[in-house]
Design a protein around this ligand. Structure first.
Ligand SMILES: *Cc1c(COP(=O)(O)O)cnc(C)c1O
Length: 389
């Protein structure tokens, strides 16, 4: 049976070139990057090169602005808690949105327990925050704005340039979770006024368990991981050299391919969407039609449960997801679609298709051959469908 992987926003297949670059660091080059003998120096050189590659991908002015972490979740935790702790004497108010990844949402919830005040900005029907809402939410006590670059469930892109400009004008630290934007949208931190930006390796064809955070020079942030003097004293712990090298290689390749790859994915995605809407009635696109990641498409199939569509597609070899990987299996409607005021019944039947560099037109044709009969069959069994027809 054909296997079609359309869950690249959950994770991606590691590239061959990335694995090849990593392998020596699990075999012969095993020195601790902090050791000053030649074993250590070889590891250090590899970490330094990776730092340059990540810095180059986002246009950081110095590699020292890149701190390696264990992934996007840790980067988000570090940004939010690190700034909250560092600026506690200045204020206690954090602004975020209701559609953030759980790594930001649950970190904010944890801080709220410690006495911080958190504002969760609403979004419109496309999942976009309103700048005026943000302006109104700012108080003299606001120390951090954390708003994602692009949403993992719908692909909707937030107005981060305007948000950053406002934050800068008000002198408030701005963090953006760019885990989904990296490699899909060309941007750089020279023109984007973000002080902190989260990156994850496994979303860009790198290894799981590796990530980074961009920390603009001069940003006040406390460490959350205490120990040795690693990572410019910002993140203690022996460097995950293999993972860091993998992230560096993935970043190097992403930078090279940013001008062509996203466009290719967008064309494939739009081909799939056209096919779906021409073959299947009662669908809706969740997320902004244009201000959206090129690889992402969240479609609601009215009268159905996303879980059953997903499981039926799985039996045909097609991997998709309902909402985010972190909430699937809970059967709760997605917090993102709920925040977009999508009716719970509509949100239930939503499926995220997220394409990646391995996908082909044949993959799309295969999905278009198996999906319509699945939807038809499930709808015939759905009591809601009879009423809606
Ligand atoms: C995947 C993801 C994360 C978490 O990254 P991990 O490396 O898996 O911890 C954070 N934010 C967004 C938007 C993501 O898609």
């Amino acid at each position: 049976m054909r296997k079609v992987y359309l869950d690249n926003n959950a994770t991606t297949r590691m590239r061959e070139e990335v694995l090849d670059a990593m392998m020596p660091f699990y075999k012969d080059v095993y020195g601790n990057a902090s050791s000053i003998h030649q074993f250590g120096r070889r590891s250090r050189a590899a970490v330094d090169k990776a730092r340059q590659d990540v810095a180059r991908l986002i246009g950081a002015s110095s590699p020292e602005e890149i701190i390696f972490t264990s992934g996007g979740t840790e980067s988000d935790n570090f940004a939010v808690k690190g700034v909250a702790h560092a600026l506690r004497s200045k204020g206690d108010h954090i602004i975020t949105t209701s559609v953030e990844h759980s790594a930001v949402l649950n970190t904010c919830k944890a801080l709220a327990k410690d006495g911080y005040k958190v504002t969760y900005l609403p979004v419109d029907g496309y999942g976009i925050v309103n700048i005026d809402d943000l302006k109104k939410a700012v108080t003299a006590k606001t120390i951090l704005i954390s708003i994602m670059y692009a949403n993992n469930e719908t692909g909707t892109v937030e107005p981060v340039a305007e948000i950053g400009a406002l934050a800068k004008e008000k002198g408030i630290c701005f963090h953006t979770d760019a885990v989904q934007a990296i490699g899909k949208i060309a941007f750089d931190v020279k023109s984007l006024p973000a002080d902190l930006l989260s990156i994850s390796a496994h979303k860009i064809y790198g290894p799981k368990g590796a990530g980074a955070i961009y920390v603009r020079k001069g940003t006040k942030i406390d460490a959350i991981m205490h120990g040795g003097h690693h990572e410019m004293n910002k993140r203690a712990g022996t460097e995950n050299v293999g993972g860091i090298v993998g992230l560096g290689k993935a970043a190097e390749l992403a930078a090279k391919e940013i001008s062509g790859e996203p466009r290719k994915l967008m064309e494939l995605r739009d081909y799939l969407y056209k096919g779906i809407t021409s073959k299947i009635p009662h669908t809706r696109l969740n997320g902004h039609p244009e201000k959206r990641l090129p690889n992402t498409m969240n479609v609601g199939f009215k009268y159905l449960e996303g879980e059953s569509i997903m499981l039926n597609l799985d039996m045909e070899g097609v991997a998709v997801s309902t909402g985010s990987a972190c909430t699937s299996g809970t059967l709760e409607p997605s917090h993102v679609l709920t925040a977009m005021a999508i009716d719970a019944a509509d949100a239930q039947g939503s499926i995220r298709f997220s394409l990646g560099r391995d996908n082909t037109k044949e993959d799309m044709d295969y999905v278009l051959s198996v999906l319509p009969p699945i939807i038809q069959r499930l709808r015939e069994m759905s009591p809601l469908y009879e009423k809606g027809k």
